[in-house]
Design a protein. Sequence first.
Length: 175
Amino acid sequence: MIRAAFAAVLGLLLLCGCAASPEQARPVAAPAAVEIPAIGARSTLIPLGLNEDGTVETPPVTSPEQAGWYSHGPAPGERGPAVVLGHVDGNRRPGIFARLGELSPGDRVEVSRVDGSRAGFVVTGVERVAKAEFPTAAVYGDTVGPELRLITCGGEFDRAARSYRDNVIVYAVLG
């Protein structure tokens, strides 16, 4: 009787998302690389943290082919939004995410991990937003399951600020 009651309570907790499922409880290995076949993008991933001003680090602009993973957030495949950042260009050449804005819902993103496992994601949306209107909650906020965000710069280049005016953001879900 107690076992049945415990199972019922656990089932309700899992249903409402109040307890981790056995799959969510297992740790996920750190990401090693990202591949986006639809745009011919492939890069190893370096861990990124925060700058002194509290903004998210980006990979070195002198190596625009390099993508990075925000290591203070979920790893790709863990519950929540894993965030991968890359440059549109840099050092007078195209960056790893030069064609990120060309992705469409249904396109695939593959993340390989240091333990040899892989996590496959399906693009659900792509948007370009002004940096001043960056959707922080949509990008970094809690999600029900594992999701992925790919971020780069876009729009017009502001020569005075030496930066692009917009961000291109790709949303994807595990699948």
